[in-house]
Design a protein around this ligand. Structure first.
Ligand code: GDP
Ligand code: MG
Length: 437
């Protein structure tokens, strides 16, 4: 994947004591290749590396003390810029605010409609109304009802009416009469762009004049996503992009290309099927994620919603004092378990997605780990360095695991401690700030 490729590219730099112009060129070639592999449009990838190269030369990357780092930073900054730079907010100024979803069938419109309603309800104190304008399949209306039920949001539908324009207009009237301040209009999609669909959504768009027209696109569709985005943008001049299915094997390429081609900001991403799997799109975090730095800040933010503040502060102090031990590890695991889907979370930890890509992550992935830590004495937990071969054998026996499993945990713990120390460096400032430091 892209992260691995860039890792390799930067490795070229790190391996050399001295950076030469040839090295920079080689590395950027590798960066370009990585972008192309991630489905970034050829011209965009080329322009990108050219720009980074120019900047690198302008900043005298060759003569600085840590040219590798500087180049990484340049690449990251440039990627961030390419994806929109700043966070694009959502316009909630209307009364009611009307939000129209557009996109192909299966892109995630209905799911995202629910997620957005849930987000506006729980995070923005809004009273949203969901509107079913996908009138072609009774199942589609039913699906929106299921979604609405699960988050406690009312759904407006007119199953007997086959005119989505009228339904949307009536829904807005209904919203005004009943105190809803956001109206989210879910629409029908087709498997491919076609005239009929485009005409219909255009008519709905014209009739209801939404504050936000959001183009929903499946991030896994790569280059196709760009063409679809173009087609919808020509007809609707939409306001923002929603990138769904960014969980699992992420293709960062779609985000980069769509932004550059239609020049509309990506506003939210979908990261799972559940109603809370929605994140505001932060270009810088995405750039870091693509570069394999992991989405540390998102991870911490999600963690913060679940973590006890006090606990976080305690841990932070321990890390600072180098006193992080297995007891803390255990309590972190318990916190992490509360946070949800393990695969998502692992993907957000720097380096972890690579290290664990061959490991099948089960929900009870921590069962052995917990057993092993429970078999350690308090002193072993606080001073892991004490754990020698003899102690390992005892711990394995006590926890009903194999000595290899104990070894593996020790290694994981070691890596985690190192990672946490690293986070105290320049890159970890945000993390520490968010943890209350
Ligand atoms: P629509 O046809 O555009 O309304 O798409 P749906 O909302 O019905 O979604 C199509 C499928 O994609 C459903 O099975 C959803 O559960 C799934 N889906 C939607 N968003 C996400 C996401 O962010 N991550 C994952 N993994 N699945 C998603
Ligand atoms: Mg749908």
């Amino acid at each position: 994947n892209l992260s691995d490729k860039l890792d390799k590219a930067f490795h070229i730099l790190k391996g050399h004591g001295k950076i030469t112009e040839v090295n920079v060129a080689e590395t950027l070639k590798e960066v370009r290749r990585a972008l192309l592999d991630a489905d970034v449009n050829f011209k965009i990838a080329k322009d990108f590396t050219t720009k980074v190269k120019e900047k690198a030369i302008g900043q005298d990357v060759l003569t600085t003390l840590q040219p590798g780092q500087l180049l990484v930073k340049l690449v990251k900054d440039e990627l961030t810029e390419l994806m929109g730079g700043d966070v694009a907010g959502i316009n909630l100024s209307g009364n009611p605010t009307v939000i129209l979803m557009a996109g192909l069938q299966g892109s995630g419109k209905t799911t995202f409609s629910g997620k957005l309603a849930n987000y506006l309800l729980t995070k923005k104190n809004k009273k949203p109304l969901l509107v079913a304008c996908d009138i072609y399949r009774p199942a589609a209306i039913q699906q929106l009802y299921v979604v609405g039920d699960s988050i406690g949001v009312e759904v407006y539908s007119e199953p007997e009416n086959k005119n989505p324009v009228e339904i949307a207009q009536n829904a807005i009237k209904h919203a005004k009469a009943n105190g809803f301040n956001v109206v989210i209009v879910d629409t029908a999609g087709r498997l491919a762009v076609d005239e009929e669909m485009m005409n219909e959504i255009e008519r709905v768009h014209k009739a209801i004049q939404p504050q936000e027209t959001l183009f929903v696109v499946d991030a896994m569709t790569g280059q196709d996503a760009v063409n679809t985005a173009k087609a919808f943008n020509e007809r609707l001049n939409f306001d923002g992009v929603i990138l769904t299915k960014l969980d699992g094997d992420t293709r960062g390429g779609a985000a980069i290309s769509i932004k550059s081609v239609v020049n509309k900001p990506i506003k939210f991403v979908g990261t799972g099927e559940k109603m809370d799997a929605i994140d505001v799109f932060y270009p810088i975090r995405m750039a870091e994620r693509i570069l394999g730095m992991g989405d540390v800040v998102s991870l911490v933010e999600r963690a913060q919603e679940q973590f006890d503040e006090e606990e976080a502060r305690k841990i932070q102090k321990k890390i600072a004092k180098n006193e992080f031990g297995f007891d803390d590890f255990l309590s972190q695991i318990q916190q992490v378990k509360k946070m949800g889907n393990m695969k998502d979370l692992v993907g957000m930890i720097p380096g972890a997605s690579k290290a664990m890509k061959d490991v099948e992550i089960e929900d009870d992935a921590f069962k052995h780990i917990e057993a092993i830590i429970h078999s350690m004495t308090p002193i072993e937990r606080s001073k892991p360095a004490l754990i020698d071969v003899k102690r390992k054998a005892r711990i394995a026996k006590g926890s009903g695991t194999k000595i290899e499993q104990v070894n593996q945990l020790m290694k994981q713990f070691d890596q985690m401690s190192k990672m946490m120390k690293m986070m105290q460096g320049p890159g970890g400032k945000n993390l520490m700030k968010m943890m209350g430091g």
